[in-house]
Design a protein around this ligand. Sequence first.
Ligand code: SAM
Length: 423
Amino acid sequence: MMRDPGVVHEYLRVFSLPDQNGQTTLQPEQKTRCDLLRIGEEEYCRYINEFWTARQRQASRLHEISYRACFKPQLPRFFISLLTMPGDIVYDPFTGRGTTPIEAALLGRRVIANDINPLSRILTEPRLHLPAYDDIRARLYAIPDNPEAAGEIDLSMFYHPDTLRSLCSIRAYLLKQEKRGVTDETDAWIRMVATNRLSGHSPGFFSVYTLPPNQAVTPERQVIINRDRNQTPPYRDVRAIILKKSRSLLQGLEQKQRENLSRAKESSLFLTRDARHTPEIPDNTVSLTVTSPPFLDIVQYATDNWLRCWFNGLDAEEIGKGITTTRKLADWEAVMGDVFMELFRITRPGGYVAFEVGEVRNGSIRLDEHVIPLGIRAGFVCIAVIINQQNFTKTANIWGVNNMAVGTNTNRIVLFHKQSDGL
Ligand SMILES: C[S@@+](CC[C@H](N)C(=O)[O-])C[C@H]1O[C@@H](n2cnc3c(N)ncnc32)[C@H](O)[C@@H]1O
């Protein structure tokens, strides 16, 4: 059963839904503000409110894997609870760290996840199949430190020699398991957590102080950081750090959520493709897509990811070539236009697409307004533009030209619908 767009409008305006399973129960402090957005001859409803807030149920700690330009779990949760029922298929063509599929799985939905960057799958899939903490511990301590183990590059500016030895031993073990095709859920979990702890600015990471884990600097740059900060890499216990982070990720999961995750895992589909071409996904099957595409010219994934790629035996340069990094709006629109065609093919009649666009170039380009014609051209109906603005009452001039210049916590989502006769 899919929600009718009329009900969705009603909900966005007054937060009232007929009582049924899967409903979102927000108690917003302020009334939704609505206006009409004119594009050419057409007008679209635009809703603004604090649709998901800190007062909502806390997001699961299972999401706490850092990734460039990720969104908060509350964003997919809002659309998943509003627009789908347990068992429905939820998809993200630009999965990143997996916020959409993990939240969908926690809520008992089936999931399809795609991202051109293979790190996305490495960071997402293990969280659907949770190993027991004791198994992680036993596995970690069963991998001996090999005095011979070393990476093929000099990483001494990031790691203490003993830390590097442990790290390289674990890496060599994981790569060997992968090569033999025997990586199990415990190995995959360790690989995910280690990938996430490679570098950062606190003792919770393996490295000396450096940039956050999703923005690794070059070895040359790290040498300069070390000199400026007068630091040498301290010893860090790799296994203890992996265990501490594992405990934190697994903390607070309810039995029902664990069951939902493993059920989602059984039917899950993970793809490492360009989002424009996903032939493994059958026509008319996806109930809801919640996604946030690569934006214009902000993220250099290949350089950001080199350390994570090294650990996983991946070629960062090669991966970087597949990632959409467009500087010109027209090029971005051409890629996204094709993505919408593919989304239309796979969306089931009555299904939805929630397409989040960030604020680029200080708000001088409103990508949401550029996205609407792309979705319509593919066959969708545009239901609304939804702006989640935290503390919007404190923000002046919200509707004017400056409405994106303030309030960094703004999300702009274009909601599309495939009509039931949209085949
Ligand atoms: C803004 S991030 C998505 C973040 C995600 N919402 C999360 O919460 O982590 C965009 C993602 O798109 C991926 N990507 C870039 N170009 C792509 C393409 N042509 N096809 C599929 N994925 C692509 C990048 O690897 C990146 O992970």
